[in-house]
Design a protein around this ligand. Structure first.
Ligand code: BES
Ligand code: ZN
Ligand code: ZN
Length: 479
């Protein structure tokens, strides 16, 4: 599907249909309003009316906010599936308001995504070109082209991440992360180092190693890096890449295990961000660390009661093998801080806890850390990206819940309350003092995968984190 900008009047552009996003307003003729009212068109947003005579496709949108425009485009593209319509045009000005190219492109690209590799009957989108008339835009063609190109690459990165997360666990194993990362090095700005279990053992990464021990698929530690010539900041992103989470010996219940292919969403977002960086240059140095493991059961599985020594020498009493993500991240965070000096920002992205879903309802990233200024920067990136964020506070009382009688800490608090916070506090034990204010933890267990369609997301993986972190990086690049 091509998206092209035309400096022509909309009437001079050839297409099967014109898309008009409309609100009830005095600009429309009363007769036309009456016709649409008969079919309850203006009762709510996203009702579609196709007028074959004038070749116009109308969609209702009661409020012209960015999120609603994206949704209107998303609904339109879904409506067009399986229809023999190949081209569609729209004016950048709708209802007297100038739309943002970013919103149009996000709606189109995120809305047209499907994961139908395993389906015999597929939905077909016959659209091959979307033509946007920019004749009446207040912005220059170059500026609009740049916005178009950037959003295209960003949304392709989101869809690339969605594909990885949606891929079933028999097909996507820890080594698949290494393969994907190595593919990204086709771009000469991107370098990649891959390590296996021997490296983990030699370098004291016993926490991460233990989680993957029972799997027939070898664990992988992946270190991607992107260096622009004149980097304004050094950003490290660490991702949980549990390609399948059975819970280990503290086995999950049958229905709780379904969808645990999503436990690689944090690491998949890291790959998505690097996919964008490989095509869209930002003046930054970015490191992506992926801890890829499969949490399985077996004769050599790690056990509740085991004591694991992490890379920084801290000992961990295992009380639940289903709290495996924090063990993987503990070692990956240590690796990142040992290998990379003078870090400006260090973020970890992980589907870490069901408790984060309980806290915010499932559509919001649960973000935690010590630096309020940094949190407000993320809040701004959230507005630009359209991804929702919420912040959970630390306190010393919850921290005490990690106390162990036999080791430096336990991996799960005996009390389930505040589970997202205790998980983040556990991670904080692996953040060096000098990096405490540079670190944020993103628990994306909720927004990265939903068994329902929501916002511009179809059923399944959403690619959460890619737009949010990219918009943050973009802001750092421009400041
Ligand atoms: N991968 C899960 C968290 C998760 C839950 C991700 C729902 C996506 C959707 C994680 O490894 C886990 O199992 N966490 C436990 C922690 C508990 C044992 C302290 C949880 O949330 O129940
Ligand atoms: Zn788990
Ligand atoms: Zn997990």
């Amino acid at each position: 599907m091509q998206i092209n900008l035309y400096e022509k009047n909309i009437n001079k552009i050839d297409a099967f249909f014109e898309l008009k996003i409309i609100q009830k307003s005095e600009k429309l003729s009363t007769k036309f309003i009456e016709t649409l009212e008969k079919i309850n068109f203006f009762k709510d947003s996203y009702n579609i009316h196709l007028d074959y005579e004038s070749k116009i496709l109308y969609i209702s949108c009661l409020d012209f906010k960015s999120e609603n425009i994206k949704m209107a485009i998303f609904k339109t593209i879904n409506f067009l599936k399986n229809k023999k319509i190949e081209t569609i045009k729209l004016n950048i000005n709708q209802n007297g308001l100038e739309l943002k190219i970013k919103d149009i492109v996000e709606g189109l690209m995120l809305g047209s995504y499907t994961f139908d590799r395993y389906k015999n009957s597929k939905n077909i989108l016959n659209i091959n070109e979307i033509k946007i008339s920019i004749k009446s835009s207040s912005k220059s063609k170059e500026k609009l082209e740049d916005e178009l190109n950037k959003t295209l690459l960003l949304t392709q990165g989101v869809n690339y991440t969605r594909d990885i997360v949606n891929t079933p666990p028999f097909e996507f194993v820890p080594k698949s992360f290494s393969q994907k990362a190595l593919e990204l090095t086709k771009n000469k700005n991107i370098k990649c180092k891959v390590f296996g279990e021997e490296y983990l053992l030699k370098n004291g990464m016993n926490a991460m190693f233990s989680v993957g021990k029972a799997s027939v698929n070898e664990s992988q530690l992946v270190h991607l890096s992107y260096k622009a010539k004149e980097a304004k900041a050094k950003i490290v992103i660490v991702g949980k890449g549990v390609t399948y989470d059975t819970g280990g010996l503290s086995l999950k219940r049958g229905d709780g295990m379904v969808s645990m292919k999503c436990d690689k969403a944090g690491a998949s977002a890291i790959l998505g961000i690097f996919d964008v960086l490989s095509k869209y240059n930002l003046p930054l140095e970015v490191h992506g660390i992926i801890g890829a493991v499969e949490n399985m059961i077996g004769g050599d599985a790690y056990k509740p009661d085991d004591v694991l020594i992490a890379k920084n020498g801290k000992s961990i009493e295992v009380t639940n093998t289903d709290a495996e993500g924090r063990l993987v991240l503990a070692d990956c965070l240590c690796y990142a801080q040992d290998e990379i000096k003078d870090i400006d920002y260090i973020f970890d992205l992980a589907t870490l806890t069901g408790a984060s879903i309980m806290a915010f309802g499932g559509y919001t990233h649960a973000i935690m850390g010590y630096n309020d200024k940094l949190k407000s920067k993320i809040q701004k990136a959230s507005m630009k990206s359209g991804e929702l964020v919420g912040f959970l506070p630390f306190n010393q009382f919850l921290e005490k819940k990690l106390k162990s009688e036999v080791a430096d800490m336990i991996n799960t608090s005996s009390n389930k309350n505040g589970g997202a916070i205790t998980a983040a506090l556990f991670l904080s034990k692996f953040i060096k003092e000098e990096n405490k204010n540079k670190w944020l933890h993103f628990d994306l267990a909720g927004p990265s995968y939903r068994q329902e369609e929501w916002d511009c997301n179809p059923y399944g993986a959403t690619g959460a984190g890619v737009r949010l972190v990219f918009r943050f990086m973009e802001k750092v690049s421009n400041s």
